[in-house]
Ligand binder design. Structure first.
Ligand code: PLP
Length: 295
């Protein structure tokens, strides 16, 4: 199937305060963000026209910008309203939503103190992030590790942090895998290139402490869902060889939702009862049938 490029589609993009025809949502090549990685973004999904955990995502976007030293010139309420406006304008009640904020083109150089901060929000139809999601995906080990918190702004969903993800994901895909599992700077299990990871060991869920990678909103939702089912969840440091003890493994993320994993390097898993129960619960939560407060 021919690729439909993202700059040549029909629809609307909310751009610096107003709905803009999709193809007109442009910026100049001398924009600080594309030279120096000064951009932060979100990934959200709308289900039946309502963005799941919208407020948490809008707040995380603002916080991500602050970590990079800039203030997005809109409040959380304004970002929520802009998101709802563009979701409605594009007319697809089930869609992926991509807000992005970036430093503009007023200054070129490492310093960008007087550059304006821009905000755009796009939406598009995006089905399963992983093909063959339900039977479990195969992962290999990533070439790069998640950096230490004193090496990079690891709490921010900053565009620059995705450079090592794209390299790792491309290498994994080139070798026939769906994704790569990244270790952290200590050699402990961290996350996949765009999703968090959970292990089920003898009926208990284990997931790495998010001390140097994104504490996913889906991750926090799944912890809440597991607790509702009286499934114990342990957030702790996990060494790679502990994968040998896991019966089930799954990834969580806005794009990935809950995706079972069948293989990571030399370790094999069988998607089972805990994964499928949480997938069902997550589906009900996104459709608004159950409420899951998140930490
Ligand atoms: C690197 C990375 N980790 C984790 C996640 C999961 O975060 P969330 O559940 O908030 O989408 C994402 C997706 O946004 C991601 O890109």
């Amino acid at each position: 199937m021919a690729l439909v490029p993202f700059d040549d589609r029909d629809g609307w993009i909310w751009y610096d305060g107003k709905l803009t025809p999709w193809r007109d949502a442009k910026f100049h090549v001398l924009t600080h963000a594309i030279h120096y990685g000064s951009a932060v973004f979100e990934g959200e999904r709308a289900y039946g026209g309502k963005v799941f955990k919208l407020r948490e995502h809008s707040q995380r976007l603002i916080d991500s910008g602050r970590i990079l030293g800039f203030e997005i010139p809109y409040t959380v309420d304004e970002i929520d309203a802009a998101t709802n406006e563009v979701v409605a304008a594009n007319g697809a009640p089930d869609c992926y939503v991509r807000p992005i904020a970036w430093r503009g083109s007023e200054m070129m150089g490492v310093s960008a103190q007087q550059s304006k901060i821009h905000l755009a929000i796009a939406t598009w139809a995006w089905g399963n992030y992983f093909a063959d999601k339900d039977k479990g995906i195969r992962l290999t080990w990533a070439k790069y590790s998640r950096p230490a918190p004193n090496t990079a702004p690891t709490k921010s969903k900053a565009a620059g942090l995705y450079m090592i993800c794209t390299i790792s994901k491309h290498e994994a895909e080139g070798a026939g895998y769906a994704d790569a599992l990244m270790l952290d700077w200590r050699g402990q299990v961290a996350e996949a290139t765009g999703a968090n990871v959970f292990l089920a060991i003898d009926g208990v869920l284990h997931t790495p402490k998010p001390d140097c990678f994104l504490d996913g909103i889906t991750r926090r939702t799944v912890i809440g869902l597991a607790k509702n089912r009286q499934i114990q969840v342990v957030e702790r440091a996990i060494w790679p060889d502990e994968l040998a003890r896991a019966q089930e493994v799954f990834l969580t993320g806005t794009a990935a939702e809950i995706t079972p994993v069948s293989e990571i390097g030399e370790y094999k898993f069988t998607p089972g009862a805990i994964t499928s129960a949480l997938m069902d619960d997550f589906g009900r939560a996104t459709r608004g049938e159950i409420d899951v407060p998140i930490a």
